[in-house]
Design a protein around this ligand. Structure first.
Ligand code: PRP
Ligand code: URA
Length: 210
C-alpha cells in the first residue's frame, strides 16, 4: 500500500482552521471542499488516461483523455458526502456511487446501512472519500466491498488519519493495489476511538449537529 501524507502550507493552514472548535459548520463545509480539491490533485496522479488526437486552431497534436471505464468516486455517508463536491471539481466525468456506513460508538465496529454501487467494478479505478481514518474499520470494510465487486485499484482520500487506522488498512489490503492520501497523520486515538488532536466528529461538524 502506498501512503501519501500531504505536505503543503495551504493544506496545513486550512486544516488548522478545520480543527479549531470555534469554526462553524458553513466554514467547515467550505474548507472541507477546498481541502478535497487540493488532496484530489495528488490522489488522481495515477488516473488512467489514453492518447487522443485533437486539432488546435493551429495544428493537430496528441493529448490525453481519461480512459473508459470512467473512475468511480465513492463517498462514505454521511461525512464523506462533504468531500464530494471538492473531488468532482477535478474529476467531473467520474461516476459516483454511495456507501452508507456508521460505526457503533460503543463497539467501534462499522455497519453498512446503504449501498448504491455498480454490481460489476471490473477494471474500475475507485476513489473512496471519508474524512476520518480512526480505527480503520469503516474504510477497511469499504475497500473490501469494492474489491469484492472486482475493482482494479482503490485510492482512499482522508482528511485526517490515525497511525492505528493506517496500520489496520495496511494489514488488511495485503498485496492489493491501494493508495492512501491523507491531509495529515495525527498522533493517536483516544479511549473513545477519536483521533487526537483530530477535529472531533466530522459528520456532526459538517452538518451542524453540534
Ligand atoms: C466517522 C467517519 C468515518 C468513521 C471513522 O463516521 O466519517 O466513516 O467514523 O472511524 P473508524 O475508522 O473507526 O471506522 P461515523 O461512523 O461517525 O458516521 P457519520 O459519517 O454518519 O458521522
Ligand atoms: N470519526 C470522527 O468523526 N472523528 C474521529 O475522530 C473518529 C471517528
Amino acid at each position: 500500500m502506498r501512503v501519501h501524507v500531504a505536505d503543503h502550507p495551504l493544506i496545513t493552514h486550512k486544516l488548522t482552521v478545520l480543527r479549531d472548535e470555534r469554526t462553524p459548520s458553513p466554514v467547515f463545509r467550505q474548507l472541507t471542499e477546498e481541502l478535497l480539491t487540493l488532496l484530489a490533485y495528488e490522489a488522481t496522479r495515477s488516473v488512467r488516461v489514453e492518447e487522443v488526437e485533437i486539432r488546435t486552431p493551429v495544428t493537430t497534436t496528441t493529448g490525453v483523455r481519461i480512459s473508459e471505464p470512467r473512475p468511480l468516486v465513492v463517498p462514505i455517508l454521511r461525512a464523506g458526502l462533504g468531500m464530494l463536491d471538492g473531488m468532482v471539481k477535478l474529476l467531473p466525468t467520474a461516476e459516483i456511487g454511495f456507501l452508507g456506513m456508521a460505526r457503533n460508538e460503543q463497539t467501534l465496529q462499522p455497519y453498512t446501512y446503504a449501498e448504491r454501487l455498480p454490481d460489476d467494478l471490473s477494471d474500475r479505478q475507485c476513489f473512496v472519500l471519508d474524512p476520518m481514518l480512526a480505527t480503520g474499520g469503516s474504510l477497511g470494510a469499504a475497500i473490501d466491498f469494492l474489491f469484492a465487486r472486482g475493482a482494479q485499484d482503490v485510492t482512499a482520500i482522508c482528511i485526517l488519519g490515525a497511525p492505528e487506522g493506517v496500520a489496520k488498512i495496511e494489514e488488511l489490503v495485503g498485496e492489493r493495489d491501494v493508495t492512501l492520501v491523507l491531509g495529515a497523520l495525527d498522533e493517536r486515538l483516544n479511549e473513545k476511538g477519536y483521533i487526537v488532536p483530530g477535529l472531533g466528529d466530522a459528520g456532526d461538524r459538517l452538518y451542524g449537529t453540534v
